[in-house]
Write a protein that binds this ligand. Structure first.
Ligand code: UD1
Length: 339
């Protein structure tokens, strides 16, 4: 069965391609290489022994999306990762974010809606919950006003899919709300490749440990949490990738109970920034240089997933923990810097 993975050379996309190929799917990747590299294909081949079909394609060019779907009208499903994801950048370039994340989603849905088989998996984010009133966060928690254009594109994206599903009963879709994806493939053949100074915690930790950054700034030590630092649900990217395969299989086997479903993807365990650093120190044998500084604007105090729906309904749960994720991220960092 042929599956289209947009953004398939990115961090989560590439790990999902590996898991899809492991399950015997034929994968077609579309990527515009704006935040990825064709070299990622070599990593995928090194792990799975299979080279996926790849087309460099910019989903903002509507005619190209139309001709792509004409050529690949036999796709059994689409997993749509392609999007820009830097929160700070989105504040400075809102229109770029709306064009990159919304126009492309509309074009893909328009063309997918013309096919006989219409299965769609969407990359959403726990950012839609903002600071939830109750922890852990269940899928029923209200969606809060977005803190950034990036967060808004995830909320609007979900609305677009939901509205389309209402009038198109042939379209079956699942929105997956990720908590904090980290780590890399155990083989260290693929991983996260942040451009410039990393904004996210784990790449900043590993780049500090390898000597590229002097010190990690821990944003805020006076939050109302046990150790004063923010709490997140860090999920290993390989666990996350596997959830996409399970979600796609759910649609292919017509197991979905409605044509628009939402699942949280997290471990269910919250870890503070200091606990994340301790985990890194434990698995790397290093002592990370860090300093507690002022809070970062826009950060929520605590977010971790209620995993019951994903466990019981989707039939998926995480198998790896924070130490596994840190160890894999560290192995990957060492591998790419030695290259
Ligand atoms: C961020 C985005 C979120 C997005 C996700 C994608 C923000 C406000 N949110 O989540 O919308 O879906 O990335 O991966 O940017 N931290 C430090 N020092 C650093 C970096 C981070 O202390 O140098 C702390 C943060 O304050 C936070 C935790 O580490 O408490 C995780 O931060 P990060 O990795 O940026 O993820 P989120 O902010 O949770």
């Amino acid at each position: 069965m042929k599956v289209l993975v947009t953004g398939g050379l990115g961090f989560i996309g590439s790990h999902t391609v590996v898991e899809l190929q492991n399950e015997g799917f034929e994968v077609v990747i579309i990527d515009d290489l704006s935040n990825s590299s064709e070299d990622v294909l070599d990593g995928i081949v090194a792990i799975s022994g299979v080279k996926p079909h790849f087309e460099k394609l910019d989903l903002k060019v509507k005619e190209d999306v139309i001709s792509f779907f004409k050529k690949h009208s036999d796709v059994a499903g689409v997993i749509h990762f392609a999007a820009s994801k830097a929160v700070g950048e989105s504040v400075n370039k809102p229109l770029m974010y709306y064009e990159n994340n919304i126009n492309t989603l509309v074009y893909v849905l328009q063309e997918l809606s013309k096919l006989n088989t219409q299965n769609f998996i969407f990359s959403s984010s726990c950012t839609v919950y903002g600071q939830a009133d109750e922890l852990p966060i269940s899928e029923n928690a209200p969606v809060k006003p977005a803190e950034s254009p990036y967060g808004n594109t995830k909320q609007i994206g979900e609305e677009i899919i939901k509205d389309t599903c209402k009038i198109n009963e042939n379209l079956n879709s699942i929105a997956l709300r990720y908590f904090n994806p980290i780590g890399a493939h155990f083989s260290a053949e693929i991983g996260e490749l942040p451009i410039g100074v990393p904004q996210n915690l784990v790449p900043y930790i590993t780049q500090t440990a390898i000597g590229m950054r002097e010190q990690l700034s821990v944003f805020g030590g006076d939050y109302p949490t046990p150790d004063g630092t923010c709490i997140r649900d860090y999920i290993h990217v390989v666990d996350l990738a596997k959830a996409h395969v399970v979600a796609l299989q759910r649609l292919l086997e017509n197991k979905n109970v409605s044509n628009y479903e939402v699942f949280n993807l997290g471990t269910g365990t919250g870890s503070s920034v200091l606990e994340a650093i301790q985990s890194f120190d434990r698995v790397s044998g290093k002592k990370l240089n860090y300093k507690i500084v002022d809070r970062r604007e826009g950060d929520v105090v605590a977010a971790y997933a209620e995993t019951k729906k994903a466990n019981d309904v989707l039939g998926w749960k995480t198998e790896l923990n924070l130490d596994d994720a840190m160890a894999s991220a560290w192995k990957w960092e060492q591998k790419i810097r030695n290259k």
